[in-house]
Write a protein that binds this ligand. Structure first.
Ligand code: SF4
Length: 231
């Protein structure tokens, strides 16, 4: 029987390499767009619609969380400012692992692993911790060497390409730099991201990422409910 994997999709562009790669490895792939970290709502909608377009083109099963729990997400961020990205990864990967469990899928992963702008080691560590907490196995792959390919494929497919990671803090960083202006303080993620940008010479384009779509052929069916994430 074909092994299934549920991959967290932060956005359509970052899915363009991992999803086909997993299919080529012989997995039956399903995606889960669970990204309450994307601000403001119009940006969230653009990324959601782009992901719906991608899922349809790939003919894979897509799950989408269409809730927009802004206050709850910001509460988590504001109480973890120094490690807000780790908290953000944990929230999203936990939701995906729980969804996999609900759907009877043994493995989960994330398209965040393709981006040189993300805190890659932290994502891997959080994935392993979520595996331990949920019993759903985290499938780790370093897709970063293929990041540029994701941009080319996205442009060819006419997918929406965002200009910042997702949260309102990363949007500020886009204009004011990692310290967020005179009174801001750079967290570990911002420092890593700035370093990665400098080393790669890439422009600051960030990955991103709701509803339920079972066959990639219809619009999203929103359950509005997050899988026990506290949101
Ligand atoms: S910068 Fe990105 S990963 Fe970090 S908290 Fe914001 S949305 Fe989440």
């Amino acid at each position: 029987m074909t092994e299934k994997v549920l991959i967290h999709s932060c956005c359509a562009p970052c899915s363009t390499v991992p999803v086909p790669a997993l299919k080529e490895e012989g997995f039956e792939v399903a995606t889960f767009f669970f990204n309450p970290n994307i601000h403001p709502y119009t940006e969230f909608r653009n990324r959601l619609m782009s992901m719906q377009q991608f899922v349809k083109s790939m003919g894979v099963t897509g799950f989408f969380y269409t809730g927009y729990p802004l206050e709850q997400f910001l509460r988590i961020q504001l109480s973890n400012m120094e490690s807000r990205c780790e908290a953000c990864y944990e929230l999203r990967l936990t939701a995906v692992a729980k969804k996999a469990k609900e759907e009877g899928i043994r493995l989960f992963s994330t398209t965040l692993l393709v981006s040189p702008y993300q805190a890659h080691d932290a994502i891997r560590d959080v994935g392993k911790a979520v595996q331990k907490a949920t019993g759903v196995e985290f499938l780790y792959t370093d897709w970063r060497p293929r990041y540029r390919e994701t941009r080319i494929l996205s442009r060819e497919a006419g997918l929406y390409l965002q200009k910042y990671c997702g949260c309102i803090f990363s949007e500020r960083e886009r204009y004011l730099g990692p310290r967020g202006g005179p009174s801001g303080s750079a967290g570990p993620r911002q420092r890593r991201a700035s370093r990665a940008r400098e080393e790669s010479g890439n422009p600051p384009v960030w990955p991103a990422g709701e509803a339920r779509e079972d066959d990639g052929d219809t619009g999203p069916r929103s359950s509005g409910a997050a899988p026990e994430t506290g949101l």
